[in-house]
Design a protein around this ligand. Structure first.
Ligand code: GLA
Length: 670
């Protein structure tokens, strides 16, 4: 069956291109200019209605479709398809006045006020009723509108309101816990409530983990995270079910946030969409923002199960929500967009079409900036539209990672709970270190959950698996036994899914596959380092590793500089079944980690296609094989590849010339 995104691409005549269109902010004359300029820029898809609730339903029960009717007709008349959003991310002021109990409450008991967006409790029945009503009305109104090509459910579930601690949430949490545990004994055991006299004798004694005197119960916290993500997912399912019933045949998506959103488990939401779409924004202060971009694109692909996905939002230049909002360099917008495309996006969208002149996001860049069409941004936006149109043939092709990088939201939640051996092991930091090493070596990786089918991958890396289900540990063991090559980072395998430590020595569920035992964790002080015997310094963490079948690849130096585990193994390799399993019992420097990944890739037989500094990703499909080359260096580079250059690429007998800072796409020949 044709994938829903591929079907959408066919309808659009190529790669989706556009952004959030918020016409509520503008007059009719501006709308007419908008559609003209959209055509000029090659825009074929816009997201409409994300924040339109107070316009389409100005009063309880009263709908006013005039604006949306006119805008949808206008867009359709100009050949621009609509990704129609349910407006449920921004309840109108009248809703809050009618239902003050639906306002979210913080862990310290403060009830938040109206005045922004997502000001609702995810478990509020009043919110659910109001949201279902407006979604129903919207779906009925536009089910047959010829412009509507996609439904956009809500906006960034949980971005601002995922964790609510009100009494309604407390009651919903208790119901969720009864479903999960059935008996209080099971809950008491899972949460370890016999410590600190926390044993519950009645379900009604259980509250959300609100602010308290000292450490909160970790089991309660972890389950509150799960419950909160599920509460949002319940709302997602409700909206999706209405849309599918009332407007069948139109695919449904929601803009997920990848690593920008810790609180909503992306792997749970993705299967509840017909096609996966994501938002990504660069962190201006991060000099390696392009690596974070690649990581998130690979995560989007992982969430999509390898299928093409849609980049629903990114920025043409600066955002407005960081301390200093740095503008993109000339050419960066193109590089960013084509990198998403290289990694499997079949649509490139922005927040937003026309830059606001009022409201909270007027200092956020847009496709059409305050300066108008006589601007660098507009010229780059129009040029990109033309290039995407010339790249239509890549739609539907897929990227297959050589390496799987295991990424997991519940593990992220658990690793960063209170009272751990060290607060310096931050999940995203560790994941980014490992990903950066793979990225530098041009090893394409899919980010997948630990329970995923790992058979397509020559190597699997797990930067951290603090929380690991027994069956996921068995999945890794089976993968290695059958010939796979695995590398696991420190402080892994320790806890079960309830954050209960497995006794008998660390790394718990991974002792056998890794062929070692650890009797004590030895975290390093801030600023302290441990010398490794390759002469590099490691940070934050050390372990006393006792080999039980593994051999040491690297050791902590056998001197006082070697830190608390001096002389002991720091990196190990274990031959297990037909494969191998490495353990990294510290946080090595970038060069050491890169070397480790290089060795792993060599053993797994994975060969990068381009030199370091030129990001290379291949998309393949029945129509051919396309190599994307993104040059991050200050010099032009020739990459040996045979094929035809798309866009204006020069491909000669010696290969493709990739200009400094440029991107080249080559349709490869045998
Ligand atoms: C998010 C939201 C958008 C907008 C952008 C700004 O992605 O979905 O509505 O606020 O951030 O970067």
């Amino acid at each position: 069956m044709t994938h829903p995104l591929t079907a959408l691409n066919q309808r659009l005549g190529g790669i989706g291109y556009g952004g959030d269109y918020n016409p509520e902010q503008w007059s009719r004359e501006v709308w007419r200019e908008d559609v003209r300029l959209m055509r000029e820029a090659g825009v074929n898809l816009v997201t409409v209605g994300v924040f339109s609730w107070s316009r389409v339903q100005p009063r309880p029960g009263a709908y006013d479709w005039e604006l949306l009717d006119e805008v949808l007709d206008l867009l359709h008349a100009h050949g621009i398809a609509v990704d129609l959003a349910t407006p449920t991310a921004a309840p109108p002021p009248w809703f809050t006045k009618l239902h003050p109990d639906a306002l979210p409450v913080t862990a310290s008991g403060t009830r938040l006020a109206h005045g922004s967006r997502q000001v609702f409790c995810p478990s509020s029945p009043a919110y659910a009723e109001a949201a279902d009503a407006v979604v129903t009305a919207l779906a009925k109104r536009y089910a047959d509108h010829p412009a509507v090509a996609l439904w956009h459910v809500h906006n960034e579930w949980g971005n601002h309101n995922a964790l609510c601690y009100c009494d309604t949430s407390a009651a919903a949490f208790r119901t969720w816990l009864r479903d999960r545990y059935t008996t209080l004994d099971a809950l008491n055991s899972a949460w370890g409530t016999d410590f600190w006299s926390q044993r519950y004798g009645d379900w009604d004694e259980i509250d959300p983990p609100r602010d308290t005197t000292a450490f909160r119960n970790p089991g309660q916290e972890l389950d509150y995270r799960r419950f909160s993500s599920d509460a949002l997912l319940t709302r997602h399912h409700a909206e999706t079910a209405l849309l599918r019933r009332l407007a069948p045949g139109i695919p449904v998506t929601t803009n997920l946030m990848g690593t920008l959103e810790k609180k909503a488990d992306g792997y749970a939401f993705a299967p509840a969409c017909d096609l996966v779409s994501v938002d990504h924004y660069l962190t201006a202060a991060d000099p390696d923002g392009h690596i974070d971009l690649a990581l998130n694109a690979d995560l989007a692909r992982g969430m999509a199960g390898g299928a093409p996905w849609l980049l629903m939002e990114h920025s043409t230049s600066a955002v407005n929500w960081q301390p200093v909002n740095v503008a993109k360099h000339p050419g960066e917008l193109r590089r960013n967009s084509l990198t998403h495309l290289a990694r499997g996006a079949d649509g490139i969208m922005f927040f937003q079409w026309r830059q606001s002149t009022a409201g909270a996001e007027k200092w956020h860049s847009a496709m059409l900036p305050h300066a108008g069409t006589d601007s660098r941004i507009w010229r780059e936006v129009s040029a990109l539209g033309a290039e995407l149109s010339a790249l239509s043939e890549v739609t539907g092709t897929r990227v297959q990672g050589d390496v799987a990088l295991l990424f997991d939201w519940p593990n992220w939640w658990a690793l960063e709970l209170q009272a751990r051996p060290s607060d310096r092991l931050r999940y995203l930091d560790v994941v980014r270190d490992w990903y950066a090493a793979l990225w530098a070596l041009n090893l394409t990786c899919d980010l997948v959950p630990p329970g995923a089918d790992l058979t397509p991958y020559r190597a699997v890396v797990a930067p951290n698996l603090y929380l690991l289900a027994d069956q996921d540990a068995a999945n890794l063991d089976g993968y290695v036994r059958q010939g796979g090559h695995l590398a696991v980072g420190c402080f892994s395998g320790v806890a079960d899914t309830q954050d209960r430590v497995r006794p008998g020595g660390y790394p718990g569920a991974l002792r056998d596959v890794l062929g070692l035992r650890v009797d004590e964790y030895l975290p390093l002080r801030p600023g302290q380092s441990a010398l490794l015997d390759d002469g590099t310094l490691a940070h934050d963490w050390a372990e006393r590793v006792e080999p039980r079948g593994c051999s040491a690849v690297l050791r902590f130096a056998d001197t006082p500089d070697g830190g608390p585990a001096a002389g002991g193994p720091a990196v190990t390799r274990h031959a297990h079944g037909r494969g191998s399993a490495r353990y990294v019992a510290t946080r090595p420097s970038a060069p050491t980690l890169r070397e480790l990944m290089r060795t792993l890739a060599d053993e797994a037989g994975v060969r990068p296609v381009a030199p370091e500094g030129v990001e290379a990703v291949r998309r393949t499909g029945p129509q051919g094989s396309y190599l994307f080359l993104v040059n991050h260096t200050a010099d032009d580079v020739t990459v040996p590849v045979r094929g035809t250059g798309l866009l204006d690429a020069k491909v000669t007998d010696t290969g493709a010339l990739v200009p400094a800072g440029g991107v080249v796409v080559v349709r490869e020949h045998e």
